[in-house]
Design a protein around this ligand. Structure first.
Ligand code: ATP
Ligand code: MG
Length: 419
């Protein structure tokens, strides 16, 4: 198991200042959660979160006194962010649950590390590291790190009933860190409570799904999610379509060096139907950019491997490159996957590869005429201008953009004369 003390993030002077500030006068602070978990798993640590026995007001006051920038991130929940050398450290006061209703928890501040550990979700997320790098494990997280087991702390069914978002977190963390099969008690609890997912805010649901889809290989997690009926509860669009495209896409990402994109993974498991995807985007409150990507994807034509270059260029011009590139990537991934067992698909794979490279290189040509040219040719301002421009643009596109400005102006003038 990797030792935490050698890690640059752990030795950073900024983190040392947090320790100095709060490991004093009878108070204590420890690192907790993702940074400890990832380091012990031999993975890069993300944000460094800390837990402390100090009350949030005291954390803020001490930090201000030391000239440290303080952001009151969620003082009511006990969280204060300290920014040192531009690095944000979330410091949260130890808590224990007082009441929970499946969506929100009422918490009380405390000084009991074990109680704080027990209100967290999974054993691997409840490990603490003190300033010296000593690890504190109150819930059996260390053996689960070793075996890469994702396990709820305490009774899975009870923990899920306290906060239904934990259903999605279970599959999210399994996607990133799990090995083998998910813990069967956890899986069962998630399957049984899946109908409660609809009570969560859609932003939280999509936030978790997006993180799940960003895992290096979310394939097994999606499979288990589907098995448990959880995927259908969150993304009913995937039900008939299925998730069979995922393994091929993940393999293609590795082979062709594509950056894993949650949205392309999502596109791979939903039908490319504009109306359904628009409704899905609205339901999950996707961002404008995410919604736009899905719209382009759905509206892009299915591209045949035999499509001629010029025809591809015309499609790119008319439909935009983003959706077509997404379509081509999925087609390439699927053909490549099939070619592993059926050499008949090798030619198709090569053809998609070439089309994709062309689409990625493609730069939108600029139509050489504008409204000013039509006005100059003697057409009065009005809808006729746009009509003529569109007609000439179509002429130019149909000739693969190989018509120069002079020819287009001559054609424009002859069209105006003949009216
Ligand atoms: P990462 O930031 O890498 O996604 P993380 O483990 O830091 O992973 P966060 O969502 O940042 O995850 O939460 C920080 C910690 O807070 C978790 O490790 C866990 O201990 C606790 N936690 C977060 N959300 C919940 C929850 N819904 N129920 C119980 N504990 C939670
Ligand atoms: Mg975190």
């Amino acid at each position: 198991m990797t030792s935490i003390v050698a890690e640059p993030w752990f030795r950073a002077p900024s983190l040392r200042r947090v320790f100095e500030l709060l490991n004093a006068d009878g108070g204590e602070v420890r690192v907790v959660g993702g940074a400890v978990r990832n380091t012990l798993l031999g993975l890069p640590a993300g944000d460094v979160d800390l837990a402390t026995t100090w009350h949030p007001e005291d954390v803020a006051e001490r930090a201000k006194g030391a000239g440290i920038k303080v952001v009151p991130t969620g003082i009511d929940h006990g969280t204060v962010t300290l920014v040192i050398d531009g690095i944000p450290y979330e410091v949260t006061t130890l808590r224990r649950d007082v009441a929970t209703d499946g969506r929100r928890a009422e918490v009380a501040f405390g000084t009991d590390w074990k109680a704080d550990a027990e209100r967290r979700d999974f054993t691997i997320n409840a490990l603490y590291a003190d300033a010296k790098g000593e690890i504190f494990d109150y819930v059996g997280g260390l053996p689960d790190i070793d075996s890469r087991t994702l396990r709820f702390i305490g009774s899975a069914a009870e923990r899920v009933a306290e906060d239904y978002l934990r259903i999605l977190r279970f599959f999210r963390f399994f996607a990133h860190y799990g090995h083998g099969r998910p813990d069967s008690e956890g899986l069962k609890a998630c399957a049984q409570a899946r109908s409660k997912l609809s009570t969560l805010s859609v932003e939280r649901v999509w936030g978790e799904m997006k993180k799940l889809l960003a895992a290096e290989d979310p394939g097994r997690a999606l499979l288990w999610m589907r098995q448990a009926g959880v995927l259908g509860a969150v993304l009913p669009e995937t039900e008939k379509w299925g998730i069979d495209a995922i393994p091929g896409l993940i393999a293609a990402e590795k082979i062709f060096g594509w950056k894993p994109e949650p949205l392309l993974r999502l596109a791979a498991i939903v039908p490319p139907e504009a109306e359904r995807l628009e409704a899905m985007a609205a339901r999950l409150r996707l961002s404008k950019a995410e919604e736009g990507f899905l719209a382009q994807f759905a509206e892009a034509p299915a591209i045949a491997a035999t499509l001629a270059d010029a025809a591809l260029d015309r499609q790119l011009y008319r439909r935009g490159a983003e959706g077509i590139i997404a379509r081509l990537r999925l087609s390439l991934a699927s053909a490549r996957r099939k070619s592993e067992t059926d050499p008949a698909f090798l030619a198709e794979t090569a053809a998609f590869h070439r089309l994709l490279a062309r689409a990625e290189r493609w730069q939108r040509p600029v139509f050489p005429l504008s409204g000013a040219d039509v006005l100059k040719a003697g057409v009065p301002a009005g809808p006729k201008i746009g009509e003529l421009l569109t007609e000439l643009e179509d002429f130019w596109i149909d000739r693969n953009f190989n018509v120069d400005r002079a020819t287009l102006v001559a054609r424009l003038e002859s069209r105006v004369r003949s009216r």
